[in-house]
Write a new protein. Structure first.
Length: 229
């Protein structure tokens, strides 16, 4: 988190984490299409021959809330096992995380393995998942089964973080996941920098301004994550 009080500029780093081919890059590409063209930066991707992201994607979004300039920098990490050092580097300075789980039953163990990997890499950067805004998105919901529904319901009952359902390839649940996470991130930043008190920017005004950056934003907020896609 970077906050320049003189220039009234806030920069936040959001990382999309998860197994290879779970849909991290697809989320960013779908989100890119929903951001007003004049506000979105260049979506940078680096793909290998088999269409997997080799290093990471970045999507900058710049908007103004009140008289505060806000820069959101979105990153994905590479899912392949051999790129763990890159995942650790991308997590440096992260302010929030969207964990993209694969709803396919055969991927359940891999989801768990990458969650533990994320926790380990956060620890290596002096961070903890408990102290960081985070959401879980179960992507490829159309490829899940009854056991997927049970896993999602169990996670929601644990109530550790908002849980979303998505089919990112169709753009479903992508914006809701993003808005819910950014809303949580603002609450976290507000506690640290007291933006509400110092510059009169409350969460609702912040989220309303962010929604105006989107083409056809979903109705309501994304705070709870219970509606999913």
């Amino acid at each position: 988190m970077q906050f320049n009080t003189g220039q009234r500029e806030l920069t936040l780093k959001i990382v999309y984490y998860g197994p290879g081919l779970s849909g991290k890059t697809t989320n960013l590409r779908a989100l890119y299409q929903r951001i007003q063209p004049q506000l979105r930066g260049h979506l940078m991707t680096l793909d290998t021959a088999d269409d997997r992201t080799l290093f990471f994607d970045t999507l900058p979004l710049v908007f103004t809330a009140g008289n505060l300039k806000v820069k959101l920098k979105l990153f994905t990490v590479p899912g392949q096992v051999m790129h763990n050092s890159t995942r650790r580097i991308v997590l440096q300075g992260a302010d929030a995380i969207a964990f993209i789980a694969d709803s396919q039953p055969a991927k359940r163990q891999e989801n768990y393995k990458y969650w533990l990997n994320m926790v380990e890499n956060l620890k290596a950067n002096g961070l903890t998942i408990e102290s960081m805004p985070n959401v879980v998105q179960w992507n490829k919901k159309d490829l899940g089964d009854a056991s997927t529904d049970e896993a999602i319901e169990k996670m929601r009952k644990e109530n550790r973080q908002p849980v979303y359902e998505a089919v990112a390839v169709r753009g479903e649940g992508v914006v809701e996941t993003f808005l819910g996470l950014v809303e949580m991130t603002f609450d976290h930043v507000d506690k640290v920098y007291q933006l509400s008190q110092k510059i009169g920017l409350d969460r609702q005004a912040f989220v309303d301004e962010l929604r105006r950056c989107l083409v056809d934003p979903p109705s309501g907020g994304g705070k709870t994550g219970t509606d999913g896609a």
